[in-house]
Design a protein around this ligand. Structure first.
Ligand code: ANZ
Ligand code: ZN
Length: 817
């Protein structure tokens, strides 16, 4: 009998599949389409580890399975190659990022090919390819044209280590998302994208997506829409009013002081001379803090300005303070403080001895604040209304008097879009001293990133591109006069905002994507009419970065008619981490990174794939376990042995009665297996699908010489998406052609259930008899049969059955007095 030598068969089949283009997806087909996508990796010089591969193993099973189910499956791969990781790596090694990136891509591609992933490599893309980023730049031009890309000069998040500005989304707990350095502020001229204009749609359309709830919630919280009222308070002795944003106009009568953000424009003006020094000192201290620090600070601090405001509902004179818990960039940067019903205001009032007036009944406000809704008290004409009603009434009262108006606020900020770094897409803008910022003409795209020797960040706030006169000096596209190119580059998220579109039409030189092709691959398959990528798999760390940015760009592209669906990714699933042995995070510094290459070399790709999927629930973090890898490997040897035995002995033995029974059992098992694998793939329960295969194998092994090829054939087919190489090799002994081009076996529903089972009958928990029942009969039927048993009757005799417990198909317990 031939031996199982993974190394030989895997290489052989990989070459053959690629040569025959087995996994190419045509743009036109009678088959229904299915778009199954991985989040593409950034090519790091170290290559990928087994954690990255877990998701790819899963999408590969899905893609292979769906092909067998008759779909035309688009399953592409590419490289998210611009950005800080690649650039930082290049800086560390002293080799140009173009070269390190290219090398890394070659390495990773080889890793993937060795794993036997069924990508359509004819559609490979690379975000640093000028033919690709030409369209990234084109999208920027369109955004600029529509007024959605604009310049601002403002204090921005600045990473002193990466020496670049960062978007809010890239600042995690006050630190740089990349290098974990504490983020500071820097005043810089910047490009920003008006993602806030899409806030409502980004929120609204979440509901139609088949995404993990926690990701939707994270996006919701990130955008955070808040409905309220803006109210004007007169400042005493000044013409100025102070505008505040509140979500609780029902508490207006309880406003006992005002708080301005220290940066508020009125601070200088209204501060009285005797308070000036203190106020100035406090403002200075505030500017050194990040927003996050300000929000999270345990002890509230602040300073009185010396000025007073007038509460418009009751004419009360209330002091105006400044405090850093009020942020300058939210709402109006000023609040009316209602200590009785707001936690922060309560703490502040207690600390500085400010008045606390209860206006919503429900709590006891001298001990603590009551933030809930309730009946209004101490609120003049509005007293005794309930909050909900009062909110409406007070709002319209304010509107009628011209003292306020409804307002909506979002936590979402516009997307800071320029980076002072080299390794990114140049922003296609020219600055002309006469005409200002001008878009580069479409025909001049791509604006190529110049090949330079010095790509280190300058730290001055300028990109390294600024020191290349040949790049910088150009002509104004409008007036033809001398002008300078924008030297900032795009953030690393730009290329990944639309890459799934390019896979559909990688070679197109005249359009980002052909409309007909786009309509085919991204058409809606959901009853809610939401289209896009049918199934998207990747890490949860992208919840509010890539996944939010891509939705924004997609909606914009929808608005300008480039795409025909309003959402990019219909179904999203997260892959859990693969932890190092012992359960600690895999990292280079800990030296516990496991490269797929090592496992493949030792056991073969099929073992690696099988193990990655068998580890445990797909979305959970699970530690690597070398012993289990060997278990997976042994399973494949046993599969080989079984199938080889069956196919080399195809003439069925003379069928005795016993053997007929055996084959019926096997028939049932294989039908159950087909169904189980189908159901489990749909829910990404790969581990239980594989467990069922193992169960099948165990049963089958004892009956080796009695198993017919008709049973073993579908077994090899269901194994194929998981362990494609061994399945392909074994298939050759069964039929001509590739197992991956066969149709998925159809299970026979009638064969799913066991016909008969023997179950024990217990009386008061002790086994007294057993009965043979039809599988799946009703509990009442089982109870009736049990009570009819002669032996049981003896135990029951004159006693009364007070409870009957049936574990379906397992046991029955009669409880008697
Ligand atoms: C009075 C009030 C009474 C408030 C009350 C709350 C409870 P969200 O849901 O986050 O929008 N606020 C407004 N602008 C702020 C700023 N720039 N910095 C810090 N806090 C600010 O919360 C809105 C509430 O947060 C507003 O409603 C305001 O306090 C505060 F019983 O006004 B409220
Ligand atoms: Zn000009």
């Amino acid at each position: 009998m031939k031996k199982y030598i993974p190394k030989e068969i895997e290489k052989k089949w990989q070459a053959k599949w690629e040569k025959e283009g087995l996994y190419r997806a045509p743009d036109e087909s009678k088959k229904p389409k299915y778009y199954c996508l991985d989040m593409f990796p950034y090519p790091s010089g170290d290559g990928l580890h087994v954690g990255h591969f877990k998701g790819y193993c899963a999408t590969d099973v899905i893609s292979r399975y769906l092909r067998m189910k008759g779909y035309n499956v688009l399953h592409p791969m590419g490289w998210d190659a611009f950005g800080l990781p690649a650039e930082n790596y290049a800086i560390k090694t002293g080799v140009h990022p173009r070269i390190t990136t290219q090398k890394a891509i070659e390495k990773i591609k080889k890793q993937m090919q060795k794993a036997g992933f069924s990508y359509d490599w004819s559609r490979e893309i690379n975000t640093t390819d000028p033919a690709y980023y030409r369209w990234t730049q084109w999208i920027f031009l369109k955004l600029f044209e529509k007024g959605l890309a604009y310049e601002v000069e403002a204090p921005i998040n600045w990473c002193p280590s990466c020496k670049t500005g960062l978007a809010n989304e890239e600042v995690v707990a006050g630190k740089c998302e990349r290098c974990e350095t504490k983020v500071t502020k820097k005043n810089l001229r910047q490009w920003a994208l008006k993602i806030t204009k899409y806030a409502d749609r980004l929120l609204e359309d979440l509901k139609d997506l088949d995404w993990p709830e926690f990701i939707k919630l994270m996006q919701e919280n990130w955008i955070s829409r808040s409905e309220g009222v803006e109210v004007d308070f007169k400042v005493k002795s000044y013409k100025d009013s102070l505008r505040v944003f509140t979500t609780r106009p029902d508490t207006l009568f309880g406003a006992t002081f005002m708080v301005l953000a220290p940066e508020h424009e009125l601070v200088d003006k209204i501060t009285t001379p005797d308070q000036e020094k203190e106020v100035e000192g406090y403002v200075k201290k505030t500017l050194a803090k990040s927003d996050l620090e300000r929000v999270e600070e345990k002890v509230k601090t602040g300073v009185f300005t010396g000025a007073y405001a007038v509460n418009p509902v009751n004419g009360q004179k209330i002091p105006i303070w400044i405090a850093d818990y009020v942020l300058s960039n939210y709402g109006t940067g000023a609040i009316m403080a209602v200590p009785a019903h707001d936690e922060r205001d309560w703490e502040f009032a207690k600390k500085y001895n400010l008045a606390i007036i209860e206006v919503i009944s429900g709590g006891s406000v001298d001990k603590e604040t009551y933030i809930g809704e309730g009946k209004l008290v101490n609120s003049g004409q509005f007293s005794s209304l309930h909050s909900t009603e009062a909110i409406a009434k007070i709002t319209s009262w304010l509107e009628k008097k011209g003292l306020g108006e409804k307002a909506v606020n979002y936590k979402l900020r516009d997307w800071l879009f320029s980076r002072q770094r080299y390794w990114g897409e140049p922003i296609p803008i020219v600055h002309c001293p006469k005409c200002g910022a001008q878009a580069v003409e479409e025909k001049d795209l791509p604006i190529k990133l110049p090949d330079v020797k010095k790509y280190q960040p300058t730290g001055t706030g300028e990109s390294p591109l600024a020191s290349i006169p040949e790049f910088v000096n150009t002509k104004c596209p409008k007036c033809g006069g001398p002008a300078k190119r924008e030297t900032n580059t795009m953030p690393q998220w730009a290329g990944s905002c639309w890459y799934y579109l390019r896979y559909c039409d990688t070679e197109n030189n005249t359009k980002l994507v052909d409309s007909k092709i786009e309509k085919y691959w991204l058409a809606s398959r959901s009853p809610k009419g939401v289209g896009g990528v049918d199934w998207y798999v990747g890490g949860a760390e992208h919840a509010v970065l890539h996944l939010l940015y891509a939705r924004f760009w997609h909606k914009f592209l929808f608005d300008i008619g480039v795409v025909s669906e309003k959402e990019p990714f219909l179904k999203l699933r997260n892959v859990g981490l693969v932890l190092g042995e012992g359960g600690i995070k895999m990292s280079k510094s800990r030296g516990n990174v496991i490269a797929p290459d090592v496992i493949i070399k030792k056991y073969g790709a099929d073992t690696l794939r099988l193990y990655e999927l068998f580890m445990g629930p797909f979305d959970q973090s699970i530690a690597w376990d070398s012993k289990s890898v060997e278990g997976g490997n042994r399973f494949l040897y046993r599969v080989w042995d079984l199938v080889m035995t069956v196919i080399s002995n195809p003439t069925s033995p003379r069928a005795s009665r016993d053997e007929q029974v055996t084959s019926l059992e096997m028939e049932r098992l294989i039908n159950q297996l087909i169904k189980k694998v189908e159901d489990d793939i749909a829910e990404m329960k790969f581990n239980t699908a594989i467990a069922k295969m193992m169960e099948f194998l165990n049963e089958a092994q004892g009956l080796k010489d009695k198993i017919s090829v008709s049973v073993i054939k579908p077994f090899v087919q269901v194994l194929a998406p998981f362990a494609p190489h061994i399945a392909e090799e074994l298939w050759q002994g069964i039929e001509k052609g590739s197992v991956h081009q066969t149709s998925w076996p159809i299970y026979d529903k009638k064969m799913l259930i066991e016909e008969k089972v023997v179950i024990p009958i217990q009386v008061n928990g002790k086994v007294r008899d057993q009965i043979t029942i039809e599988f799946g009969v009703s509990d009442e039927e089982v109870a009736k049969m049990a009570k009819e048993s002669e032996r049981i009757k003896r135990y029951l005799s004159d006693k009364k059955v007070i409870k009957t417990i049936v574990v379906p198909n397992k046991l029955i317990n009669l409880v008697v007095e």
